[in-house]
Design a protein around this ligand. Structure first.
Ligand SMILES: NC(=O)c1ccc[n+]([C@@H]2O[C@H](COP(=O)([O-])OP(=O)(O)OC[C@H]3O[C@@H](n4cnc5c(N)ncnc54)[C@H](O)[C@@H]3O)[C@@H](O)[C@H]2O)c1
Length: 273
């Protein structure tokens, strides 16, 4: 059911790789809620061609940009403003990648060039998205910027390796830039800390299936899906959340505040039998 929450709003949505992507779901819902927007992804992701399907459904222009390149981001905002006929109201940063995770490197055996790449792609790019926007004055007053995080930023999840550090930086940037952009233009900046979700980035992490099940059994509401995450993101882009900024918002079915669940206790009891 649509509510017209984004009627007349313009935006930029990054990170839609395929139908499973959180950003893909956000694009579909943003369209339903009345927004017009540009889709962006790294030039290499364009080769898969999936994003063209989404662009067609959403009647959206695609502008390729490597999120680590300031020049690409300048071009992204300039072209988006030209295409959409003005500044944007919302920006979704839904980007993450760790070469160390891809290559199966353990936390005690990280390749440091790759570590820097993980930080650049997954965290610094969030800063770049905002610094470039601010310099070009590309976001309207009371605009909203959202990034996606994971609880490994606060607690140790051994298989998450350098992405945990990248997410900690990402969340810190939301506070730092949220303050700055709030003072300057009333633009709000938040991260959403999402449940494990079965996407390309998610399932690439070692032991994903097990910690997906673990989170599901701990959370009183179960794991939050990509669709539900998209619903939450839409509310953050809407005018109903204008005073929410500089927050890391858990969207995890209650996982982050649960010590142990009765379901897990039962399972442990069964194991002992
Ligand atoms: N899936 C999960 O379990 C989970 C949980 C919490 C948070 N997140 C976060 O959600 C966000 C979206 O991931 P997803 O789960 O939808 O997976 P996904 O693989 O569908 O999306 C990741 C996107 O990042 C893009 N990307 C990678 N390098 C880039 C670059 N240099 N420039 C521009 N784009 C680049 C990819 O092309 C892809 O579209 C990520 O920040 C991820 O860390 C995911």
């Amino acid at each position: 059911m649509a509510y017209g929450l984004l009627k007349g709003k313009k935006g930029i949505i990054s990170g839609a790789l395929d139908e499973k992507s959180i950003a893909w779901k956000v694009a579909l819902k943003a369209k339903e809620e009345g927004a017009s927007f540009v889709l962006t992804n790294a030039p290499i992701a364009m080769r898969m061609g999936e994003i063209n399907k989404l662009a067609e459904i959403c009647d959206a222009k695609i502008i390729a940009a490597d999120a680590t390149s300031v020049e690409d981001l300048q071009n992204l905002y300039t072209q988006s403003m030209e295409h959409l006929g003005g500044k944007v109201d919302f920006v979704l940063h839904s980007i993450g990648m760790s070469p160390n995770i891809r290559k199966g490197k353990e936390y005690g055996d990280l390749n440091y060039d790759w570590f820097l790449k993980s930080i650049d792609v997954s965290a610094l790019s969030f800063h770049k998205f905002m610094q470039v926007a601010e310099k070009l004055d590309a976001i309207n007053e009371w605009g909203s910027v959202v990034g996606l995080s994971y609880i490994a930023a606060q607690r140790t999840f051994p298989f998450y390796t350098d992405m945990a550090d990248a997410k900690a930086v990402l969340e810190s940037i939301a506070r730092g830039y949220g303050y700055r952009y709030g003072k300057a233009k009333n633009v709000r900046v938040n991260t959403i800390s999402q449940s494990p979700t079965k996407t390309t980035a998610g399932t690439g992490i070692g032991g994903f299936e097990s910690f997906y099940d673990f989170a599901d059994i701990i959370s009183p509401l179960g794991n939050a899906s990509a669709d539900q995450c998209a619903d939450y993101i839409i509310t953050l882009f809407s005018d109903l959340t204008r005073m929410v900024t500089m927050q890391n918002l858990f969207h995890d079915g209650g996982y982050s505040n649960t010590g142990i669940s009765t379901d897990l206790l039962e399972k442990m009891g069964e194991l002992k039998k």
